[in-house]
Design a protein around this ligand. Sequence first.
Ligand code: G3I
Length: 472
Amino acid sequence: MKISKMTSRVLLGAALVGAAATVAGAEETLRSLAEERGRYIGAILNSEWFGGGWGGALEPEFEEIHKAQFNAVVAENEMKFDATEPNQNTFSYDKGDKMVTYAQENKMRVRGHALAWHSQVPAWVDNIRSKSDLLNVLKNHIDNVVTHYKGQVAEWDVVNEAINDDNDHGWRSTGSVWFKNIGAEFLDSAFVWAHAADPDAELCYNDYAIEWGIGEGSKAGFLLKQVDHWIENNIPITCVGTQTHIEISHESTPANVRTLAQELAKRNIVLNITELDIGFPQGSASSLGASDYEKQGHLYRQFMDVFLEEPNMGEFMIWGVTDAHSWLDGSQGKTQGLIYDKQYNKKPAYDSLVASLKAHPASEVKSPYGTVTPADTSASDTAAVDTAAHDTTTTSFIASKGETLGMTLSGRTLSVIGANSAKVEVFNLQGRPVFSEIVTKGSVELSKLTNGMYVVRIMDGSRAMQRRVVIK
Ligand code: G3I
């Protein structure tokens, strides 16, 4: 399996770079910037695009933006169990097929969501109590759906949200027809059956709240033990999806995603951000101002920074395009979580993503689809070096290995290393310039900047370097 998996990743990576070459010279978009970096950025297509659902067709802007800005797509509901097998052994692929055709026409990667999930299963499944009957139902479902989309869906959420929310995390039993009647072996079996149906598909475990840290008693800590169990037992898992439906107050989440990515890198597993949105409290929309949306952009930016800096992250999927159509405004107690506003205007979050992509030169961004780091000692060493280089809380930055141009920040004094004279520019996390000066005496005072996180760029002739810094 390993050989075919690696080959497929290399081919996918190559296809991506090839696609980027064809858009050279075209307007710069999230898509073009991600493609240049061998990465995927995507968003859902939702019920209204598929025709039906929440009452009315989507505005034409939705699809125009989707095609222009994204190179990956996932169906919000239409590949789930209740949509694909509404009645036993009667499969319904019309909407999923429509999305796959759209993806192929627009050269997008397709995520399949989701095969085994406790939610959105039809009543006929929920009523089954026999373990062997349910195993047969799950196997038949996975065989049919994965075979139908073989070679077209690049990656499946094989199991979704199977971990419970209790403090002593374990498998979800309440409300899960699968766990209640089969036990934990439903997860192992689901991966094995999905792999048998499409050996080249990437196979993910996907969940929420695994972006909350990996410490004792955490959901992610429990998951990491399960990933070890799956690897030891040759269960064909290749990726984890962290949903990342968060709130504006969750400022530590990007750092938690980085930690999770690094833990999974040691296990040769890819981490993808699969359902990102960053919501404000419900009812707050009318009182939100520019600084709130800048703050939201600030968080989006940090997720993209982590995504680009961790070599085993491949997809950055947003759970929607515009605040006009988002699941957040339903029962979630959140609102305004996406990167376009209700009128399809780009929000600061959009600019932040662009700024992050531009701050990470293509030559420095690795693609997991060709170069997933093997689980050996040198891999852990590399991770340790990277952590230090990207630690935004430290006050001094050393130039990366092999670079002679560098900077240190002590308090608010920024010193340039390795150049007599250099241009120092500082940008906020939306990529807007906030400071620029030619430094001739080796250092400059950044006294007028308000506290926060910034990107500093130093240029000396053709040499340039940039680092994220925290000004306190
Ligand atoms: O299809 C019916 C429609 O006929 C009816 O008129 C309408 C009236 O409410 O309901 C429609 O079904 C809704 C369905 O979305 C399609 O629009 C369901 O009520 C509604 O519960 C369902 O919500 C989806 C939710 O998953 C269900 O769990 C959201 O759209 C979808 O965004 C959300 O997605 C999940 C991911 O799959 C897993 N991670 C969390 C994420 C957010 O909850």
